[in-house]
Design a protein around this ligand. Structure first.
Ligand code: DQA
Length: 159
């Protein structure tokens, strides 16, 4: 089975996970979550690279770079930009790389301005509300999306 490359993008204020509003976002830091994602990636034959920025343009740049690199899928928590950023939506559409949208909190159970996402309609899927585990579920979902044939083969072989 060939290795798939996943880029995980984190938007503004997610560098403060661990101390930021733990009732919404939990106690795990971004480093804790990254460690778990890399371990999961290893077990699924996926290489995970991560990038966090507080700046919309930097996230757009990183998405554009992904198009010229070896990235098979993007997992993105755009944070506050979820609700505002036409630029990030356009960058994702321009690259045509499949993406999963992730949120730590259940954005639909919070303020109404968080209910709208400018990305969801173009995502493979959206995972929200499971804290740091949302990212792990997104990576599993991306794996199923990218490697359905290999996983079927594996299943057949294991039986
Ligand atoms: C968030 C939800 C957003 O509404 C918020 O602005 C964030 C984090 C989440 O992961 O739950 O910064 O994307």
């Amino acid at each position: 089975m060939s290795t798939t490359h996943i880029l995980v993008l984190h938007g503004p204020n997610l560098n403060m996970l661990g101390s930021r509003e733990p009732d919404h976002y939990g106690h795990q830091t971004l480093a804790d979550i990254s460690k778990q994602m890399i371990a999961l990636g290893d077990s699924l034959n996926m290489e995970i690279s991560s990038f966090q920025s507080n700046h919309e343009g930097e996230l757009v740049d990183r998405i554009q770079q992904a198009a010229s690199g070896q990235i098979d899928g993007i997992v993105i928590n755009p944070a506050a930009y979820t609700h505002t950023s036409v630029a990030i939506r356009d960058a994702l559409l321009a690259t045509d790389i499949p993406f999963v949208e992730v949120h730590l909190s259940n954005i639909h159970g919070r303020e109404t301005f968080r209910h709208r996402s400018l990305l969801s309609d173009k995502a493979i899927g959206v995972i929200a509300g499971f804290g740091g585990t949302s990212y792990l579920l997104a990576i599993r979902g991306m794996g199923e999306f990218l490697q359905p044939l290999q996983q079927t083969d594996q299943y057949t072989t294991d039986r």
